[in-house]
Ligand binder design. Sequence first.
Ligand code: UD1
Ligand code: UDP
Length: 359
Amino acid sequence: MKIGIILGTRPEIIKMSPIIRYCEKLSIPFFILHTGQHYSYEMDSLFFKQLMLPNPTFNLNIGSGSHAVQTAKILIGVEEIISREHPSIVLVQGDTNTVLGGALAAVKLHIPIGHIEAGLRSNDRTMPEEINRIVTDHLSNYLFTPTICAQNNLISEGIQKDKIFSVGNTIVDSVNYNLSIANSQYSQMNIYSLSPKQYVLVTLHRAENVDSVSRLKKIFQGLTSIINDYNYPVILPVHPRTKRMIEQEKISFGNILLINPVGYLEFLNLEFNAKIILTDSGGVQEEACILGVPCVTIRENTERPETIEVGSNILAGTEPDSIIRCFCAMLEKKYEWSNPYGDGKAGERIVECLKTKLL
Ligand code: UD1
Ligand code: UDP
């Protein structure tokens, strides 16, 4: 058995890391094919370094571009490598263009596909990620679902039950593995003059939010009220997509503390100590829930409905009033929920499943 691990962005590196580590532990042959969708040091190499992952075996260096250009370059590059390397299976994780391109290249070469984090649905087809999820799920041979809800989504779309494996989310494995290192060695409190549970952590990068000047301005208006009216400092590690927009359009960010994207260990520490997290990220909604930190999601919908159901998360949309209302609603929220994403052994389960099926 040889596993082809395809990844390309920050969250894929983080969520694939438990699988890579377990393959190394069992000496299972694998290669890492990095598409290069993310390439800036703080969105890419920093994670390989911090998570102590082996360097990618191949890097396509496809970089940024429109959806068509990016996906097409991934298709061409992945086809070339996997037709030469003959993996027994390729693994893709999540919902990025890397996932779509990787899966499409593999299926045409009759190479089996394992989709990690299968079955998520926002039911919003204007999101590029939703299209990537649906197509990838329907091309895949092994669908590794994080929750019962994800499993049910697949069944309701007619996917055969024997292709679905309920394993939990590898983000729990990652949090468990890294949290104590983050808190003991990577505290950010003094660096940014923050006190535990006395500040708000924000991330923003979703295309529908940050590619629109008016939406981004409205979100910043909401964040500014949190600082001025509620007296909480707001820290925002800025995704390069958002940074580009702020600079190009000269968007005023007032006294929001904008910092460069940080490594996983720094970010876990910022999440762990936050009073509330405001975000449009998928992975951050999950981590807030796992870490027991209330979350306000700056979107109209979420493909992580279990976070809403357990009470860790609330949908605010992007209007300043609604952001403030939801912030206040979550301010005194007690950590009484249990984590719906499993026991932190998803990575092991995925590799053990592949061993049984493919060896
Ligand atoms: C991508 C994924 C999104 C995921 C996110 C994780 C798609 C369609 N979107 O969005 O689902 O949540 O990654 O962060 O696959 N840029 C840099 N350096 C980098 C990467 C990007 O400067 O290393 C800038 C470029 O200006 C680029 C822009 O960010 O045009 C957007 O990058 P791209 O990979 O297209 O999408 P993301 O917004 O990162
Ligand atoms: N993250 C990080 N540094 C940051 C911001 C986020 O390490 O400055 C991590 C975060 O802990 C989470 C992941 O990046 O695991 C989420 O990635 P992102 O929000 O880019 O993508 P999404 O999950 O929305 O696809």
